[in-house]
Design a protein around this ligand. Structure first.
Ligand SMILES: Cc1cc2nc3c(=O)[nH]c(=O)nc-3n(C[C@H](O)[C@H](O)[C@H](O)COP(=O)(O)OP(=O)(O)OC[C@H]3O[C@@H](n4cnc5c(N)ncnc54)[C@H](O)[C@@H]3O)c2cc1C
Length: 352
């Protein structure tokens, strides 16, 4: 069979692989995408929420000022290319867990996080079960990416470069300055396998701390009040309105059972969280699970293999794939194509 040449081979078609593909494409580089999407459904089940605030201490999420505007700009440009609406900006309303959180919120508004923190609403909301006396904090610059549509439409757009198969690590043939995989030849292979990186014999040193998440899509029997439907509501879980009384509700966190099967326990936990918000009945349309590829230091993982320079990696997007992927796909492209250094904090070299 005739050898097909491209600049890169990308393994994986989740948020990492697809975002990297668009970035390389925008900059004029060619690639093949080799992916067996059933191996990890993480990006396909994600709610796609982006939010620059970490609620634990009400701090900015990692490099939020850089990665968030970059991501918004990036997804808008992809919307134009794919001719598809993917991004839905929507304010997020955080139900304060306590009086302490309310005080911290007010304090942080005057500090560095202030640009993202809106007013604290303390009006009673009798129409829902929220104990709102502690307040509702509005976060600005939030919204959601329709991750499944982003990936499906992108794979269709790149269909002549897409090979649907499980990558066989034993089939790589290393040459001096490039690499061959079956009848494909490229300068480098970039591995974007999410939590399945554990199967990659070349990056055994990369140890993730993956976390399983479960998520529901459900339909309420009647419209929820505006206080809920006009926001991404956050109280123990996200309630993301997607229209027609349908919401995505997620997600759970489980570090022990690292598989993609939805469980009765996950269902119970999410149902309980919904009941804490509203008593309006609902029907569950979908219950899904995925495994987030999180690093223990909660930083993305990118860079070139220490010994085999023809291999690179893009992983560790954790719980914030939507926000992090575009900025770091660009950083990796800079490294691979222009030798632009990347920050030590995200460099795969930190794993030794
Ligand atoms: C329930 C849930 C809700 C979430 N909600 C959000 C959210 O609201 N906002 C947010 O930003 N993030 C969210 N996340 C996290 C987000 O989904 C991840 O950050 C992101 O999907 C990681 O993308 P990835 O491409 O690195 O990995 P993956 O999505 O796992 O993609 C890996 C790809 O590689 C393929 N693959 C792996 N090994 C091979 C192989 N050997 N051969 C061929 N193909 C292979 C897989 O099939 C897959 O296509 C959520 C995650 C879960 C589970």
């Amino acid at each position: 069979m005739k050898m097909q040449h491209s600049d890169f081979i990308i393994v994986g078609s989740g948020l990492a692989g697809i975002t990297l593909a668009h970035t390389l494409h925008q900059q004029g580089f060619s690639f093949k995408i080799i992916s067996e999407p059933q191996m990890s459904r993480c990006s396909m089940v994600a709610a796609g929420v982006y939010n620059p605030v970490v609620f634990y201490r009400i701090t900015k999420s990692y490099l939020a000022d850089l990665v968030l505007p970059y991501a918004e700009q990036f997804y808008k440009s992809v919307e134009t290319v794919l001719n598809k609406k993917l991004l839905s900006p929507l304010p997020l309303a955080r139900v304060m867990a306590s009086r302490n959180e309310q005080e911290l919120w007010q304090k942080r508004r005057e500090e560095g996080v202030g640009e993202y923190l809106g007013a604290l609403l303390t009006e009673p909301m009798p129409s829902i079960n929220l104990s709102i006396s502690d307040g509702l904090g509005i976060v600005k610059n939030t919204g959601a990416l329709d991750c499944a549509s982003y990936i499906e439409a992108s794979l269709d757009y790149f269909k002549t470069s897409y090979i649907q198969e499980k990558f066989d690590y034993q089939s790589i043939v290393f040459h001096e300055t490039n690499i061959a995989y079956k009848n494909y030849q490229a300068r480098q292979i970039i591995f974007c396998e999410g939590h399945q990186i554990s199967e990659n014999p070349f990056f055994k040193n990369v140890i993730l701390k993956p976390v399983k998440g479960e998520i529901l899509t459900l339909k309420f029997t009647e419209p929820l009040p505006d206080e809920v439907s006009n926001y991404i509501l956050n109280k123990k879980c996200y309630l993301l309105p997607i229209g027609n009384n349908i919401y995505k509700v997620g997600a759970t966190y489980n570090w022990r059972e690292l598989n993609e099967w939805p469980t009765p326990d996950g269902l119970l936990e999410l149902e309980k969280n919904i009941r804490d918000i509203t008593s309006i009945p609902f029907t569950i349309l979908e219950h899904r699970a995925g495994v987030r590829p999180a690093a223990s230091d909660r930083r993305p993982i990118l860079g070139i293999h220490q010994q085999k320079k023809q291999l690179a990696v893009f992983n560790g997007l954790g719980t914030k794939g939507v926000m992090l992927a575009p900025y770091f796909a660009n950083a990796l492209t800079g490294l691979l194509c222009h030798s632009t250094p990347i920050h030590k904090e995200v460099d795969v070299a930190r794993f030794g």
